[in-house]
Design a protein around this ligand. Sequence first.
Ligand SMILES: Cc1ncc(COP(=O)(O)O)c(C=O)c1O
Length: 374
Amino acid sequence: MKNNRIYLSPPHMGGKERALLLDAFDSNWIAPLGPHVNEFEKEMAQYLGVKHAAALCSGSSALHLALIIAGIKEGDRVLCPSLTFSASANVILYEKAQPIFVDSDPNTWVLDLAACEKAMQKYNPKALISVDLYGQSCNYNAITDLCGKYNVLLIEDAAEALGADFKSKKCGSFGEMGILSFNGNKIITTSGGGMLVSNNEEFVTKARFLATQAREPDLHYEHKELGYNYRLSNLLAAVGRGQLEVIDDRVSKRRSIFNQYKKALSHVDGFTFMQEADYGKSNRWLTTLTVNEKVVGISRTQIIDALEKENIEARPVWKPMHMQPLYKKCEYIKSDVQDVSAELFENGLCLPSGSSLSEGDQGRIIDIILSLMK
Ligand SMILES: Cc1ncc(COP(=O)(O)O)c(C=O)c1O
C-alpha cells in the first residue's frame, strides 16, 4: 500500500484556530467582516511593525488594489521580477499597464539590482513590484535607494515571506505598500486570504473602500468609483489570528527543514541550495536548490519523478514570466552575464517543506534522492 501523500507545503493548524473559528461562528459574525477581521488587521500590523493593514480575500486582490491605489493606468510601465508566481505580474495586466520583467541574482534568486537599475533607466517605470522569493527578502536598502533615485513607487510582494527579515525589520513592511498571502500553501493560511499593509493610512482606507465595492458612505447604495468584492470574511480572519500566534514556530521549523536537507544533500557535487542573503533571514518557505544534471548525473525532473512514485510532491521552481506564452511580447532585462532566471527554472527544484513534515518523512525523502546517485 502507498503511504499517505506528502505535499510540498500543506496547511498546518496547531494553535487556537479551531476555537477562534467557533467563536466567530457562534457569535453569528459569519458575514460581512466582523471583530476578528479588525483584530487580525491590528495583530498583523503590530507583528510587521507597520501602522495599518486591510484584510482581503487573497494576495492577488491585495496586489491589484495596491496598483490601483498607486495610480497605475493603461500603458504605464511596472517592473516585476521574471522569476515569480504569475499573480505578481497578472495584476499589471488587470490595469492594462505594461510589465517589464527583471532578472534574478544567481545566489539569492531575488531581484538583480544592476538589471533593476538598467530597467529603471531605460523604461522610466511608475512602480516596482519587488518579490521576496521563496521567503528571501530583497535588498531593501539598495532597492529603496534606486526607487528614490528614479522616482519609482515600491510595492513589496511578501506573499511568500511572512516572518522573514531584512536586517531586523519584517518583510512586508518595505515600500509604500506591502502585500501578504494566506493561500493554503503559505507559511500560515486562512485557506485563502491576503492583506495590504502600509504606513500610509490613506492607502489602507482606500483599500478597504475599494474592496467593499467602493460604496460611498450614504444610506442608499451610491458609487462614484469602480469597486471590488475583495474583503476577507470574519470566519477566515479568526483562523488567521490563530495561525499568526504560531508564526515564529513555523519559521523556525521551515528553517530547520532547510538546514536538514542541506546537511544531508549539499555534499553532492552539482546540488546548489538557494543562498540566504547576508542582509536578511529567510523564512525558508520552500527549500529550493538547483541540480546540475551534467555534474550530478541525474536531472531535476528525474528527482521529481522518483519522489512522485513514492507519493511525494516536489516541483520545479517558478517558470519565469518572460518564458510564459502570456508574456512573450514583454520586455525582459536579464543580468549582465546570463539569463539567470531561465537557468534557475531549468534546474531548480522545490522539496517538501511544510512545517508539519516529520523527521521520519524528511529522512525518507532524503534517502530516495540519495538512492538515485548510486
Ligand atoms: C509571490 C506571490 N505573489 C502573489 C501571490 C498571490 O497570492 P494569492 O494566492 O493569495 O492570491 C502568490 C501566491 O499565491 C505568490 O507566491
